[in-house]
Unconditional design. Structure first.
Lengths: 245, 167
Protein backbone atom coordinates (compact mmCIF):
# COMPACT_ATOMS: atom_id res chain seq x y z
CA UNK A 1 0.00 0.00 0.00
CA UNK A 2 2.80 2.44 0.95
CA UNK A 3 4.43 1.76 -2.39
CA UNK A 4 1.26 2.57 -4.30
CA UNK A 5 0.76 5.77 -2.30
CA UNK A 6 4.34 6.88 -2.90
CA UNK A 7 4.12 6.04 -6.58
CA UNK A 8 0.88 7.97 -6.96
CA UNK A 9 2.45 10.95 -5.17
CA UNK A 10 5.48 10.72 -7.48
CA UNK A 11 3.18 10.94 -10.52
CA UNK A 12 1.26 13.81 -8.94
CA UNK A 13 4.34 15.78 -7.84
CA UNK A 14 5.92 15.57 -11.29
CA UNK A 15 2.78 16.93 -12.92
CA UNK A 16 2.22 19.64 -10.30
CA UNK A 17 5.76 21.04 -10.28
CA UNK A 18 6.06 20.97 -14.07
CA UNK A 19 2.64 22.62 -14.28
CA UNK A 20 3.69 25.24 -11.75
CA UNK A 21 6.86 26.05 -13.70
CA UNK A 22 4.78 26.44 -16.87
CA UNK A 23 2.30 28.67 -15.09
CA UNK A 24 5.17 31.09 -14.38
CA UNK A 25 5.11 31.88 -18.11
CA UNK A 26 1.50 33.03 -17.98
CA UNK A 27 1.52 36.63 -19.17
CA UNK A 28 5.22 36.44 -20.11
CA UNK A 29 5.17 34.23 -23.24
CA UNK A 30 7.11 35.48 -26.27
CA UNK A 31 3.89 35.93 -28.26
CA UNK A 32 0.27 35.67 -27.24
CA UNK A 33 -0.42 32.30 -28.94
CA UNK A 34 2.54 30.66 -27.20
CA UNK A 35 1.67 32.27 -23.89
CA UNK A 36 -1.76 30.64 -24.25
CA UNK A 37 -0.20 27.34 -25.33
CA UNK A 38 2.09 27.00 -22.33
CA UNK A 39 -0.63 28.12 -19.93
CA UNK A 40 -2.92 25.46 -21.43
CA UNK A 41 -0.23 22.84 -20.90
CA UNK A 42 0.12 24.04 -17.30
CA UNK A 43 -3.60 23.60 -16.84
CA UNK A 44 -3.57 20.05 -18.24
CA UNK A 45 -0.69 19.10 -15.93
CA UNK A 46 -2.24 20.62 -12.82
CA UNK A 47 -5.47 18.78 -13.69
CA UNK A 48 -3.55 15.51 -13.95
CA UNK A 49 -1.85 16.27 -10.64
CA UNK A 50 -5.25 16.83 -9.01
CA UNK A 51 -6.49 13.45 -10.24
CA UNK A 52 -3.42 11.71 -8.80
CA UNK A 53 -3.60 13.63 -5.50
CA UNK A 54 -7.29 12.86 -5.10
CA UNK A 55 -6.53 9.19 -5.58
CA UNK A 56 -3.55 9.31 -3.17
CA UNK A 57 -5.80 11.03 -0.61
CA UNK A 58 -8.33 8.18 -0.74
CA UNK A 59 -5.51 5.65 -0.32
CA UNK A 60 -4.02 7.52 2.63
CA UNK A 61 -7.32 8.23 4.41
CA UNK A 62 -6.90 10.13 7.70
CA UNK A 63 -8.59 13.23 6.29
CA UNK A 64 -5.89 13.68 3.65
CA UNK A 65 -7.11 15.78 0.72
CA UNK A 66 -5.68 16.84 -2.60
CA UNK A 67 -5.01 20.23 -1.01
CA UNK A 68 -3.24 18.91 2.07
CA UNK A 69 -0.99 16.81 -0.15
CA UNK A 70 -0.09 19.70 -2.43
CA UNK A 71 0.11 22.48 0.15
CA UNK A 72 1.25 20.91 3.39
CA UNK A 73 4.06 18.55 2.48
CA UNK A 74 7.64 19.75 2.79
CA UNK A 75 10.50 19.63 0.28
CA UNK A 76 11.81 16.28 1.51
CA UNK A 77 8.40 14.68 1.05
CA UNK A 78 8.11 15.74 -2.58
CA UNK A 79 9.03 12.99 -5.02
CA UNK A 80 9.22 14.81 -8.33
CA UNK A 81 12.27 14.31 -10.53
CA UNK A 82 14.87 17.07 -10.60
CA UNK A 83 14.14 17.94 -14.23
CA UNK A 84 10.76 19.54 -13.56
CA UNK A 85 11.93 21.79 -10.72
CA UNK A 86 14.68 23.44 -12.78
CA UNK A 87 13.97 27.16 -13.07
CA UNK A 88 12.79 28.56 -16.37
CA UNK A 89 15.53 30.30 -18.26
CA UNK A 90 14.89 31.36 -21.86
CA UNK A 91 12.26 29.97 -24.22
CA UNK A 92 14.67 27.36 -25.63
CA UNK A 93 15.34 25.89 -22.20
CA UNK A 94 11.62 25.96 -21.38
CA UNK A 95 10.49 24.10 -24.50
CA UNK A 96 13.33 21.60 -24.24
CA UNK A 97 12.41 20.83 -20.62
CA UNK A 98 8.83 20.33 -21.77
CA UNK A 99 9.96 18.09 -24.62
CA UNK A 100 12.07 15.85 -22.35
CA UNK A 101 9.31 15.64 -19.76
CA UNK A 102 6.32 15.22 -22.10
CA UNK A 103 8.09 12.50 -24.06
CA UNK A 104 8.75 10.71 -20.75
CA UNK A 105 5.12 11.14 -19.68
CA UNK A 106 3.90 9.96 -23.07
CA UNK A 107 5.66 6.59 -22.96
CA UNK A 108 5.06 6.18 -19.23
CA UNK A 109 1.31 6.76 -19.53
CA UNK A 110 1.19 4.44 -22.53
CA UNK A 111 2.34 1.66 -20.21
CA UNK A 112 0.35 2.89 -17.23
CA UNK A 113 -2.94 2.81 -19.13
CA UNK A 114 -2.61 -0.99 -19.07
CA UNK A 115 -1.71 -1.13 -15.38
CA UNK A 116 -3.45 -3.42 -12.90
CA UNK A 117 -4.55 -0.49 -10.80
CA UNK A 118 -7.90 0.69 -12.18
CA UNK A 119 -7.59 4.31 -11.07
CA UNK A 120 -4.00 4.87 -12.24
CA UNK A 121 -5.04 3.27 -15.50
CA UNK A 122 -7.99 5.64 -15.94
CA UNK A 123 -6.02 8.78 -15.08
CA UNK A 124 -3.18 7.77 -17.44
CA UNK A 125 -5.50 6.94 -20.35
CA UNK A 126 -7.15 10.33 -20.03
CA UNK A 127 -3.89 12.25 -19.57
CA UNK A 128 -2.24 10.51 -22.51
CA UNK A 129 -4.54 12.31 -24.94
CA UNK A 130 -3.45 15.65 -23.52
CA UNK A 131 0.24 14.74 -23.39
CA UNK A 132 0.13 13.79 -27.08
CA UNK A 133 -0.48 17.47 -27.86
CA UNK A 134 2.31 18.51 -25.48
CA UNK A 135 4.83 16.22 -27.20
CA UNK A 136 3.82 17.52 -30.59
CA UNK A 137 4.01 21.16 -29.57
CA UNK A 138 7.35 20.90 -27.77
CA UNK A 139 8.92 18.74 -30.54
CA UNK A 140 7.99 21.34 -33.12
CA UNK A 141 9.63 24.06 -31.04
CA UNK A 142 12.84 22.06 -30.58
CA UNK A 143 13.03 21.57 -34.37
CA UNK A 144 12.15 25.19 -35.08
CA UNK A 145 14.89 26.50 -32.77
CA UNK A 146 17.53 23.89 -33.61
CA UNK A 147 17.05 24.24 -37.35
CA UNK A 148 16.39 27.97 -37.12
CA UNK A 149 18.78 30.89 -36.85
CA UNK A 150 22.31 30.97 -35.50
CA UNK A 151 21.02 32.52 -32.28
CA UNK A 152 18.16 30.05 -31.76
CA UNK A 153 20.50 27.13 -32.42
CA UNK A 154 23.03 28.45 -29.91
CA UNK A 155 20.31 28.71 -27.28
CA UNK A 156 18.81 25.26 -27.76
CA UNK A 157 22.29 23.67 -27.72
CA UNK A 158 23.01 25.50 -24.45
CA UNK A 159 19.71 24.21 -23.07
CA UNK A 160 20.70 20.63 -23.97
CA UNK A 161 23.98 21.15 -22.10
CA UNK A 162 22.13 22.38 -19.04
CA UNK A 163 19.26 19.90 -18.90
CA UNK A 164 20.67 16.63 -20.18
CA UNK A 165 22.13 15.69 -16.79
CA UNK A 166 18.62 15.63 -15.29
CA UNK A 167 17.19 13.12 -17.77
CA UNK A 168 18.96 10.01 -16.47
CA UNK A 169 16.96 10.05 -13.25
CA UNK A 170 13.73 9.45 -15.17
CA UNK A 171 14.79 5.89 -15.92
CA UNK A 172 16.35 4.97 -12.56
CA UNK A 173 13.47 3.36 -10.65
CA UNK A 174 13.01 4.36 -7.02
CA UNK A 175 11.97 1.59 -4.62
CA UNK A 176 8.27 2.51 -4.97
CA UNK A 177 8.50 2.07 -8.74
CA UNK A 178 9.71 -1.50 -8.59
CA UNK A 179 6.31 -3.17 -8.35
CA UNK A 180 4.55 -1.01 -10.89
CA UNK A 181 5.01 -3.31 -13.89
CA UNK A 182 6.64 -0.46 -15.76
CA UNK A 183 9.24 -1.75 -18.17
CA UNK A 184 12.01 0.81 -17.64
CA UNK A 185 14.22 -0.53 -20.40
CA UNK A 186 11.44 -0.22 -22.94
CA UNK A 187 10.52 3.21 -21.56
CA UNK A 188 14.09 4.46 -21.93
CA UNK A 189 14.46 2.97 -25.42
CA UNK A 190 11.28 4.65 -26.63
CA UNK A 191 12.26 7.94 -25.04
CA UNK A 192 15.76 7.83 -26.57
CA UNK A 193 14.41 6.96 -29.97
CA UNK A 194 12.11 9.96 -30.09
CA UNK A 195 14.75 12.32 -28.69
CA UNK A 196 17.18 11.12 -31.38
CA UNK A 197 14.69 11.50 -34.19
CA UNK A 198 13.61 15.01 -33.15
CA UNK A 199 17.21 16.11 -32.48
CA UNK A 200 18.21 14.80 -35.92
CA UNK A 201 15.48 16.90 -37.50
CA UNK A 202 16.56 19.85 -35.37
CA UNK A 203 20.21 19.26 -36.37
CA UNK A 204 21.34 19.04 -32.73
CA UNK A 205 23.75 16.44 -31.35
CA UNK A 206 22.51 14.00 -28.72
CA UNK A 207 24.91 13.94 -25.74
CA UNK A 208 26.66 10.67 -24.97
CA UNK A 209 24.54 8.19 -23.04
CA UNK A 210 27.41 7.54 -20.70
CA UNK A 211 27.56 11.17 -19.58
CA UNK A 212 27.13 11.86 -15.85
CA UNK A 213 23.61 12.26 -14.47
CA UNK A 214 22.21 13.98 -11.43
CA UNK A 215 19.58 12.18 -9.35
CA UNK A 216 17.83 12.24 -5.98
CA UNK A 217 14.53 14.04 -6.60
CA UNK A 218 12.51 10.82 -6.59
CA UNK A 219 13.61 10.08 -3.03
CA UNK A 220 13.27 13.64 -1.74
CA UNK A 221 16.79 14.96 -2.27
CA UNK A 222 15.99 18.07 -4.25
CA UNK A 223 17.91 21.00 -5.62
CA UNK A 224 17.48 24.30 -3.77
CA UNK A 225 14.93 25.38 -6.40
CA UNK A 226 12.05 23.26 -5.12
CA UNK A 227 12.03 25.05 -1.76
CA UNK A 228 11.45 28.36 -3.53
CA UNK A 229 8.57 26.91 -5.55
CA UNK A 230 6.90 25.53 -2.43
CA UNK A 231 7.47 28.75 -0.50
CA UNK A 232 5.47 30.59 -3.12
CA UNK A 233 2.88 27.89 -3.77
CA UNK A 234 2.22 26.99 -0.13
CA UNK A 235 2.44 30.41 1.48
CA UNK A 236 -1.29 31.00 1.69
CA UNK A 237 -2.16 27.64 3.26
CA UNK A 238 0.73 27.94 5.71
CA UNK A 239 -0.15 31.50 6.74
CA UNK A 240 -3.92 31.03 6.78
CA UNK A 241 -4.54 27.33 7.44
CA UNK A 242 -7.64 25.80 5.83
CA UNK A 243 -8.59 28.94 3.96
CA UNK A 244 -10.78 28.38 0.90
CA UNK A 245 -11.81 30.63 -1.91
CA UNK B 1 -33.94 -2.03 -1.30
CA UNK B 2 -32.81 -0.57 -4.55
CA UNK B 3 -35.49 0.87 -6.68
CA UNK B 4 -34.99 2.47 -10.06
CA UNK B 5 -37.76 4.61 -11.40
CA UNK B 6 -37.36 5.25 -15.10
CA UNK B 7 -39.64 8.26 -15.10
CA UNK B 8 -37.54 10.32 -12.73
CA UNK B 9 -34.31 9.41 -14.53
CA UNK B 10 -35.82 10.64 -17.79
CA UNK B 11 -36.84 13.83 -16.07
CA UNK B 12 -33.29 14.30 -14.78
CA UNK B 13 -31.90 13.97 -18.30
CA UNK B 14 -34.34 16.68 -19.41
CA UNK B 15 -33.16 19.00 -16.63
CA UNK B 16 -29.52 18.32 -17.49
CA UNK B 17 -30.23 19.45 -21.03
CA UNK B 18 -30.76 22.94 -19.65
CA UNK B 19 -27.33 23.02 -17.98
CA UNK B 20 -24.78 24.60 -20.30
CA UNK B 21 -21.01 24.64 -20.59
CA UNK B 22 -19.89 27.99 -19.09
CA UNK B 23 -17.03 28.25 -21.61
CA UNK B 24 -19.21 27.46 -24.64
CA UNK B 25 -22.68 28.56 -23.51
CA UNK B 26 -24.48 27.30 -26.64
CA UNK B 27 -23.67 23.71 -25.71
CA UNK B 28 -25.58 21.80 -23.10
CA UNK B 29 -23.66 19.27 -21.07
CA UNK B 30 -25.65 16.58 -22.88
CA UNK B 31 -24.51 17.94 -26.28
CA UNK B 32 -20.97 17.83 -24.96
CA UNK B 33 -21.30 14.14 -24.07
CA UNK B 34 -19.88 14.49 -20.57
CA UNK B 35 -22.87 12.98 -18.73
CA UNK B 36 -22.18 9.26 -18.82
CA UNK B 37 -25.02 7.96 -16.71
CA UNK B 38 -27.84 8.95 -14.38
CA UNK B 39 -29.09 6.64 -11.66
CA UNK B 40 -31.74 7.07 -9.05
CA UNK B 41 -32.10 5.25 -5.77
CA UNK B 42 -35.30 6.23 -4.02
CA UNK B 43 -34.94 9.98 -3.59
CA UNK B 44 -31.20 10.13 -4.30
CA UNK B 45 -29.85 10.91 -7.73
CA UNK B 46 -26.36 9.95 -8.83
CA UNK B 47 -24.87 11.60 -11.88
CA UNK B 48 -21.76 10.22 -13.54
CA UNK B 49 -19.80 12.98 -15.18
CA UNK B 50 -16.56 12.80 -17.12
CA UNK B 51 -14.35 15.87 -17.57
CA UNK B 52 -13.34 16.88 -21.11
CA UNK B 53 -9.72 17.61 -20.16
CA UNK B 54 -8.07 16.73 -16.81
CA UNK B 55 -7.60 20.39 -15.95
CA UNK B 56 -10.75 21.86 -17.45
CA UNK B 57 -11.63 24.71 -15.06
CA UNK B 58 -15.27 24.58 -16.21
CA UNK B 59 -15.81 21.23 -14.47
CA UNK B 60 -16.32 22.76 -11.01
CA UNK B 61 -18.74 25.34 -12.42
CA UNK B 62 -20.64 22.63 -14.28
CA UNK B 63 -20.97 20.55 -11.09
CA UNK B 64 -22.41 23.57 -9.32
CA UNK B 65 -24.82 24.33 -12.15
CA UNK B 66 -26.05 20.72 -12.16
CA UNK B 67 -26.80 20.99 -8.44
CA UNK B 68 -28.57 24.32 -8.94
CA UNK B 69 -30.65 23.02 -11.83
CA UNK B 70 -31.75 19.95 -9.91
CA UNK B 71 -32.44 21.88 -6.71
CA UNK B 72 -34.67 24.29 -8.60
CA UNK B 73 -36.68 21.30 -9.74
CA UNK B 74 -37.08 19.91 -6.26
CA UNK B 75 -34.30 17.33 -6.19
CA UNK B 76 -32.06 17.81 -3.19
CA UNK B 77 -30.18 14.55 -2.72
CA UNK B 78 -27.62 14.77 -5.46
CA UNK B 79 -24.38 12.91 -5.82
CA UNK B 80 -22.01 13.75 -8.66
CA UNK B 81 -19.43 11.08 -9.33
CA UNK B 82 -16.43 11.80 -11.52
CA UNK B 83 -15.90 9.00 -14.01
CA UNK B 84 -12.53 9.07 -15.76
CA UNK B 85 -12.78 5.88 -17.75
CA UNK B 86 -13.35 5.57 -20.64
CA UNK B 87 -11.82 8.98 -21.36
CA UNK B 88 -13.99 11.62 -22.98
CA UNK B 89 -13.77 11.97 -26.73
CA UNK B 90 -15.19 14.51 -29.15
CA UNK B 91 -16.97 11.54 -30.79
CA UNK B 92 -19.46 11.77 -27.93
CA UNK B 93 -20.61 15.21 -28.95
CA UNK B 94 -24.12 15.11 -30.38
CA UNK B 95 -24.92 16.09 -33.99
CA UNK B 96 -27.18 18.79 -32.62
CA UNK B 97 -24.30 20.06 -30.53
CA UNK B 98 -22.01 20.23 -33.56
CA UNK B 99 -24.56 22.27 -35.49
CA UNK B 100 -24.97 24.65 -32.56
CA UNK B 101 -21.20 25.09 -32.36
CA UNK B 102 -20.95 25.98 -36.03
CA UNK B 103 -23.79 28.49 -35.77
CA UNK B 104 -21.95 30.01 -32.80
CA UNK B 105 -18.78 30.48 -34.90
CA UNK B 106 -16.73 27.54 -33.62
CA UNK B 107 -15.71 24.83 -36.11
CA UNK B 108 -17.06 21.54 -34.74
CA UNK B 109 -14.81 18.48 -34.31
CA UNK B 110 -14.60 16.21 -37.35
CA UNK B 111 -16.83 13.18 -37.02
CA UNK B 112 -14.28 10.95 -38.70
CA UNK B 113 -11.28 12.27 -36.88
CA UNK B 114 -7.74 11.23 -37.60
CA UNK B 115 -6.22 9.58 -34.54
CA UNK B 116 -4.13 12.14 -32.70
CA UNK B 117 -0.44 11.32 -32.81
CA UNK B 118 2.57 13.15 -31.36
CA UNK B 119 4.30 13.46 -34.74
CA UNK B 120 5.63 16.93 -35.38
CA UNK B 121 4.51 19.10 -38.27
CA UNK B 122 2.04 16.49 -39.44
CA UNK B 123 -0.34 17.22 -42.25
CA UNK B 124 -3.45 18.84 -40.82
CA UNK B 125 -7.00 17.92 -41.61
CA UNK B 126 -8.82 20.57 -43.63
CA UNK B 127 -11.00 22.44 -41.17
CA UNK B 128 -13.99 24.26 -42.59
CA UNK B 129 -14.37 27.95 -41.78
CA UNK B 130 -17.60 28.33 -39.75
CA UNK B 131 -18.13 31.80 -41.27
CA UNK B 132 -17.73 31.33 -45.05
CA UNK B 133 -17.51 27.51 -45.29
CA UNK B 134 -14.16 27.63 -47.08
CA UNK B 135 -11.81 24.70 -46.57
CA UNK B 136 -8.81 26.90 -47.25
CA UNK B 137 -7.87 27.54 -43.62
CA UNK B 138 -4.68 27.34 -41.60
CA UNK B 139 -3.72 26.35 -38.09
CA UNK B 140 -2.39 29.20 -35.97
CA UNK B 141 -2.00 27.31 -32.69
CA UNK B 142 -2.93 23.89 -31.30
CA UNK B 143 -3.90 25.67 -28.11
CA UNK B 144 -6.76 28.14 -28.16
CA UNK B 145 -8.87 30.10 -25.73
CA UNK B 146 -9.70 26.91 -23.80
CA UNK B 147 -8.00 23.52 -23.53
CA UNK B 148 -10.50 21.93 -25.93
CA UNK B 149 -9.96 24.34 -28.81
CA UNK B 150 -7.30 25.14 -31.40
CA UNK B 151 -6.92 28.46 -33.17
CA UNK B 152 -7.36 28.69 -36.95
CA UNK B 153 -7.63 31.38 -39.57
CA UNK B 154 -9.56 31.34 -42.84
CA UNK B 155 -7.43 32.13 -45.89
CA UNK B 156 -10.49 33.35 -47.82
CA UNK B 157 -12.54 35.53 -45.48
CA UNK B 158 -9.50 36.09 -43.18
CA UNK B 159 -11.57 35.53 -40.03
CA UNK B 160 -9.75 33.85 -37.16
CA UNK B 161 -11.85 31.11 -35.54
CA UNK B 162 -11.77 28.42 -32.89
CA UNK B 163 -11.81 24.74 -33.80
CA UNK B 164 -13.08 22.24 -31.26
CA UNK B 165 -10.07 19.98 -31.64
CA UNK B 166 -9.81 16.23 -32.06
CA UNK B 167 -9.64 14.46 -28.70
Amino acid sequence: MDQLINYTLFLADNALIMGHRNSEWCGHGPILEQDIAISNIALDLIGQARNFYQYAATLIGNNATEDSLAYLRDVKEYKNCLLVEQPNADWAQTVLKQFFFSTFQYYLYQQLQNNNDEQLKAIAAKALKEVTYHVRWSSEWVIRLGDGTEESKKRIVKAVDELWMFTGELFEPASYELNTNIDFIFLKENWNKRIRSIFAEATIDVPAETSWHQSGGKIGNHSEHLGFILAEMQFLQRAYPNSEW
Amino acid sequence: MVETTNISVEKIWKILETVTDPEVPVLSIIDLGIIRDVKSKRDEIEIFLTPTYSGCPATDAINMNIRMGLLENGFSKIKITQQLSPPWTTDWMTEKGKQKLKAYGIAPPHSKQIVCSPDSFQKEEAIQCPQCNSYSTRLISHFGSTACKALYQCNDCKEPFDYFKCH
